[in-house]
Design a protein around this ligand. Sequence first.
Ligand code: FAD
Length: 442
Amino acid sequence: MEQVVIVGGGPTGLMLACELRLGGVDPLVLERLAGPSGESRAGGIHARTMEILDMRGMLEPFLAEGRRLPRGHFAGIPLDFSGLPTRYPFLLNILQRRIERLLEARARELGVRVRREIAVTGLRQTADQVTIETTQGEFAAPFVVGCDGGRSTVRKLAGIDFPGTPATMTAILGDVELASPPADPVFQQRTPYGNWSVLNFEPGWYRVMTNDFDHVADRDAPITVEDLRKSLLRHAGTDFGLHSPRWISRYNDAARLASRYRSGRVLLAGDAAHIHYPAGGQGLNTGVQDAFNLGWKLARAVLHDQDLLDTYESERRPVAERVLANTRAQTALTRPDAQTSALRGVLTDLSALGDVNRSLSEMLAGLDISYAGVGPRVADRDLPDGTRLYQHFHSGQPVLLGRDDSVAWDGPAMLIRPDGHVAWSESMGEPALREALDRWQL
Ligand SMILES: Cc1cc2nc3c(=O)[nH]c(=O)nc-3n(C[C@H](O)[C@H](O)[C@H](O)COP(=O)(O)OP(=O)(O)OC[C@H]3O[C@@H](n4cnc5c(N)ncnc54)[C@H](O)[C@@H]3O)c2cc1C
């Protein structure tokens, strides 16, 4: 019997596997694909995800491969990230296939087993274990986590509903070569039909995106470079000589949230639990952060007891709810009519105000996330002994500051969970320290 089976070796599944290893558990990752998908998809990681990777000592290769962009946007309205209260006040532009390669390398370094070309097809559970049927036989474990993306088989097999709002528009994305590219990058240029963009992430090819608000296409219908050409011609009046597509995809603004994150011994994380329009680049980030919240709790459930597992849903589902809300707002702000243009004008003026810029930036960057009954995230800082606070989280263990000689600390005492949220601080009094240690199994 396995300790934990993770279905899906995307960013969420890989991050969860790393966290479980640090928690002393040996997970098995089952992935349907024979190798990395090569789909470029997500274009970047936000500050909170960088902090998380830093807390596990795995950020350096991401910083080395990515491009630091001091600006982000809300529905195409520019935001200045440079004042974000973090060591990483920027968006790190790095493509998803590179993120997945770095996460997989780290998972292998930690001894995670990833078995490919295995698709989950069935699931049954008893009071003690879950058995999953796959194309390569059965696997059993006390816990199974569905990290198998927006069309999650695990979610469906576990009988978890996925309510939300249907698509109201159609987006096409192509990573292509252009014979005559525009002189400068184009970002969300508005037209009577929606908007279009041409971005240059890496030398030699361009990401072309069109958003059409006057029809909803069938997401499952085949998509070709000709569909993208037709849409681009309509928006931009030229196809820029596009050719040699590497990846073409159609998506939309359907937004859905799992009604529960847990059914008995089956849990969901990442896109399996929430989907939305990729506005502001939050999907992959939210999935990695789900994994960071779940990993240490699940490790304790495997090794000790299950008391903490329900806090995963109570802490993370409201976060996804907010992401769905802000992406719906961004879709609404992108509609091509005159009223929306006027609304965008108002919001553009507002976002020039420092407080509005800060509030929207912190939301997209994931820095304003707080959980009911727990303190805020701790920001990194330099310590008197020359170390940085985040270095003390590399092992995935909780950190007690001001009571434990292992970390030189010059402030009020604090107990910090393995995911960087404050579980106790000196002002709460000594009896509360014992309660926090018990409650969070620290
Ligand atoms: C155009 C586009 C741009 C985006 N841009 C951004 C961005 O800038 N920033 C951002 O944060 N997010 C972005 N996203 C969203 C991001 O791509 C997803 O949120 C992210 O991939 C979710 O990761 P995941 O691991 O949860 O799921 P997935 O990446 O979907 O991984 C799921 C894995 O499960 C496997 N699987 C599925 N079913 C089975 C089965 N039955 N058995 C075994 N394995 C299975 C799949 O093969 C896959 O490898 C974008 C998405 C799109 C489409």
